[in-house]
Write a protein that binds this ligand. Sequence first.
Ligand code: AFP
Length: 357
Amino acid sequence: MTDQQPLARPSAPWMLSLDAWLADWAGTDSSRAAVARTLSQVGQACRDIAHVVAQGPLAGALGDATGAANADGDAQTTLDVRANDLLRDALAQAPVAYFASEEEETVQTLAEDGTIAVAVDPLDGSSNIRVDVSVGTIFSLYPAKPGDPTGSLLRPGREQLAAGYVIYGPHTALVLTVGAGVDLFVLDPRDDTFKCVKQGLAIPPTTSEFAINASNYRFWATPVRAFVDDCLEGTEGPRQKNFNMRWIASMVADAHRIFTRGGVFLYPADSRPGYAKGRLRLLYEAAPIALLTEQAGGGATDGMEPILDLAPDHLHARIPLIFGSREKIDRIAKYHADPSLVQDVSPLFRERGLFRK
Ligand code: AFP
């Protein structure tokens, strides 16, 4: 490229700042304006979290356990608590009535007259902090029901007003939906502003990648084993193609790969004590990822039902979560709905599973 040639740029909204993007979307609609102000504050908190993450050990022992546990019994790290505080403080400057978090046992009331309820996983993948692997923040917005903090949040994911995640990786990226497709923003370190770099993210419908913690193989139910066995059989199995496997142990990082080049993520229920409903939380992990996934043309299921149709029965309820490329989700759902299909689809199942003794 010579000096004279202009850089090839997609048309607007390339490089539109998050705040400009939100103002454009909200227009003169007051309900949208409340959502926009809330998302702007989420963006500011995540920018601050990105700064702390980037400092690594210079900011203190971020990955060390504080000695406390969250409502679910997981050990809290210093960064879990810092991220939670940054989000809660930022959202106190927005029209947010209620704030729920993985790190808070109950719903916090921030502004009695607020119109939005927010649920967050402030720091997803905290076991990766110490090894400098990507971590993230997940967020979900609902309309607040006046005087009903918990009821504002215990509802089907389809009622979300907006959802997204931020990944703190080699660059910090925000993936956002307000219910009309999915857009990608990158935090520009030159002026500390999220800028839109892609509109209308679409998850490729077919894929040759899957993500699952295969060390739990012996604890899985038959449909999940069958699906993985079929992938592992590669060109010699019923799928007649080779697959690649990835597991980052930060769902946000696995999700970001799937939003970029397709694939499927599975954290199923298993027979270990405490894992009867998997590991991930419906309100602030599965539901926002499911909304993003559906908005990007993919699917998200607990094996039987779309995640977005499910309402948590308590704030920290868990759910088996399978999301990603449409074709894979449909196949996995079929295995769950009719276990007799497992024998047809995978003639080698039970005899030659690669993880089987
Ligand atoms: P943490 O935030 O407690 O590290 O959990 C991360 C997570 O919820 C999700 O991001 C990963 O996909 C999953 O747990 C990893 O779980 P396993 O360690 O059981 O594979």
